[in-house]
Ligand binder design. Sequence first.
Ligand SMILES: [Zn+2]
Length: 209
Amino acid sequence: MALRVQSFEAGPIQTNAYLVADDETGEALVVDAPLEATRPVTEAAAAAGWRIDRIVITHTHWDHIADAAALVAASGAPLAAHPLAVEGLAAPGSLIEDLPFTIPPTRPDELLNDDDTVTVGRHALRVLHLPGHDPSHIALYAEDDRVFLGGDVLFPGGHGRVDLPGADQATMNRSLARLVGFPPDTVVYPGHGLPTTIGAEAWLQGLAE
Ligand SMILES: [Zn+2]
C-alpha cells in the first residue's frame, strides 16, 4: 500500500503540482495549483481511477495558486491552506511584477495549522507550518512513507528565496532546522525542479539547533 506521488510541471516558471494517492483506496489529494495544471492533473487522476478529495496549497505565491479556482471547479474538492493564506488567495497576484494574466480569487474551505494531519486513504500526512519563504507556507510530511511535499522550502542544494516580501532568512533557518531529524531516505518533492532526499542535503545538518 504505497503512497503514490505523480508530479506535473506547469505554468510559466515550471512550478510542480503533485497528485498524491493511496492506490488501493483510490483516494487522492493535489498539492499546489500552477497555471494550466488542472487538465493534466485531473486527467491523470481519472485515468488511474483516483478521486481527488482535497487540494492543498503550500503558499500563496502566484505560481502555486493560479489554477486553484479551476482545480476546485474541475474536481469538486475542497481547498485547504494555512490561515495566513486567506489574504493571498483572496487577492492573488505577484508581489514583485505585473502578470500577463489574471488569477481568480479563491478562499480555503479548510484551514490547516502546524501539526494537523490530513489523510490520503490509509496514509497520514502531517502539516508543518514552515515560514521563511512565505508566511503562509506549509508542507506535508508522510513519515511512514518517507515522503515530504515541501513546496518552496527545500530544493536540491538550497532553500526557497528569502528576498521576497514576507520572506526572512532567520525564519527560514528555523523552519529548515525542523527537517534535520527526518530519516535520510525521506524523498523531498519540491515546488520546482526534481526531487531530492533529506540525506542528500547534508548542508541541512549545519542548521541543527
Ligand atoms: Zn514561492
